[in-house]
Design a binder for this molecule. Sequence first.
Ligand code: MN
Length: 333
Amino acid sequence: MVDTDTAEQTRGYRRIACEEGVATRTLLEANARLGDIGLPLLTLDGPAAFLAERLIDHDARLAAMDRDGIDLQLLMVSAPGVQVFSPADASALAADVNDELAELCRSHPTRFAALAAVAPHDPLVAAAEVERAVRELGLRGAVVNSHTQGVYLDDPASFPLLEALEALEAPLYIHPREAPAPMRPFLAGPAVEGAVWEYAVEVGTHVLRMIGAGVLDRFPRLQIVVGHMGEGLPFWLPRIDNRYLASVHGPRRAELLPSEYIHRQVSITTSGMNFLEPLRLAIDVLGTGKVLYASDYPFEEQGAAVAAIEAMPLDEAQRRALFETNAARVFSL
Ligand code: MN
């Protein structure tokens, strides 16, 4: 095993991974009780039981981190998390997940930090829970696994949650999941569905819906993080502005251009996009300070990701920002 303390001293920076999947036994058992809802839910006896096991086996997680040279994982409950449950069940499960993650982080304070699970469809409870999770449990923000039963965070019903996050200066991570039911037939097929394309379309759409609805005018200090090298947004940014200005689809409700909100309020993580060209483009478009490393453990190979990025021709400032200092700033690590 790699001695990470020594390795960190040799490297001169910690490697922080910012989109790392986790579950609890309670949540996996609740998934099993939910039955068939037309979505692939992780359970301990389902077809992806090996992944479910990896999400709750923290000894194996620590061993993999030592082996792969990851100093700290920022944990977040894997998609779809609690958001497929009824509001009351989702809120109860979120609180339980948060208690368990806080306990894990307290046991390994230099190795783990976590984002709070929340139930966006129970917004007043979610606002109180995120406050409890950040203030009392020491969690570093909240994760939403994108839409909640077809509702996005541009819905004013969600505003109490966003208001709480902004007041706490706690970032919101928008993580992918399957598109809402009416969209799924159109985002189907082996070269489209899931992480191939569907997830990026879904999360990119989520961010642009919030921008277009003026949500980031209302919450100008809310910080949002998205994975997978920005879910396509950095690549599309000039065209999004350009066509937004030319759009005839109704009155504009936001004060600024879409790119201005993204520069002000959105950071991105690599999470599986260990490819030089998109990384360069993202750094060129958003700046060195907006791109954070993530492994997307256990869904992606963490060791291969570290090796690929460490082999890239980045300068020392970019490397340090990518692996450590951006994460330290955004998530207070
Ligand atoms: Mn992920």
